[in-house]
Design a protein around this ligand. Structure first.
Ligand code: PAF
Length: 289
């Protein structure tokens, strides 16, 4: 595996790959790689000639009181995992090169960035959109791979790609879960044993809520059930949201049930603070079956 740190070298390498008529698949990450990332990489390798993975803990997508400095970093372990998967290129830029002192340009995907997680993490999706746009310009991918666990992120990035005419296909891959259903996340490393056990409740609540939606229960009742069940867990310090959302507009679905709802799918999603970790998860409920 080739490890590239310089932006200029990555751009030149990408240009050479394209000149040879080869496709570039790209998996952007913040490192501390787990099975979720590895599943994106495997898919990327199946669908492209060359696979580039980036590791960059992006400071501008963290709020001032968030976990930027303590975000898990494991370069040695990550390199081992990427080498074992025979990734072609690891792009590992430095913060001072991505954001030099005189850096001025940011991308905001309006409306969508303020919904769901955006209501609790002001500036987060501006940071995500900006870094992903920069990485696309550096790595020049034909396809880029993201996990469904960060559902809102996939919607924001798709919209940015559409609005700014990026010539890249966004591929969204299923959430990878632990045996007990907990969605894999680098932030699960923050959980102690009791919190880890309590965290399984999130997926259980989403699955039960999915059954309720499909059996025609009103959206209000489903939302009440989600909030009541999560708030009964003493280790959950805060429920930021636990609700039903429109799959593209990300608006909360306030009233009705599936018999009056017109779309093909809806999102059940939750964000909670458990111990020192902010955990999110979601299920896309397919209503076409
Ligand atoms: O999902 C992530 O790990 C990050 O938000 C991303 C897409 C790598 C941008 O920093």
């Amino acid at each position: 595996m080739e490890i590239i740190r310089s932006i200029r070298a990555m751009q030149e390498t990408a240009r050479n790959i394209k000149e040879r008529g080869l496709t570039i698949g790209f998996v952007p990450t913040m490192g501390a790689l787990h099975q979720g990332h590895l599943s994106l990489i495997k898919r990327c390798k199946e669908e492209n000639h060359v696979t580039v993975v980036s590791i960059f803990v992006n400071p501008i997508q963290f709020g001032p009181s968030e976990d930027y400095t303590r975000y898990p970093r494991d370069m040695e372990g990550d390199i081992e995992k990427l080498s074992a998967l025979e990734v072609d290129i690891l792009f590992f830029p430095e913060v001072k090169d991505i954001y030099p002192d005189d850096y001025k340009t940011y991308i905001t995907v309006e409306d969508l960035s303020g919904k769901m997680c955006g209501a609790f993490r002001p500036g987060h999706f501006r940071g995500v959109a900006t870094v992903v746009a920069k990485l696309f310009n550096i790595v020049k991918p034909d396809r880029a791979y993201f996990g469904q666990k960060d559902y809102q992120q996939t919607v924001v990035i798709r919209k940015m790609v559409e609005d700014l005419n990026f010539d890249v296909d966004i591929v969204v891959c299923p959430t990878i879960r632990e045996r007990d259903g907990l969605a894999m996340s680098s932030r699960n490393l923050y959980l102690n044993e009791d919190e880890r056990r309590a965290a399984t409740l999130i997926y259980q609540v989403l699955k039960r809520a999915e059954e309720m939606v499909l059996s025609g229960e009103s959206f209000d009742k489903v939302r009440d059930f989600m909030n009541k069940t999560l708030s009964a867990e003493p280790l959950i310090r805060e429920i930021q949201y636990a609700s039903l959302f429109h799959p593209e507009r990300l608006e909360e679905l306030s009233t009705g049930n599936i018999s009056v709802y017109k779309e093909d799918s809806l999102i059940l999603a939750a964000a909670v603070i458990l111990g020192n970790a902010r955990l999110i998860d979601n299920i896309v409920v397919d209503l076409t079956k």
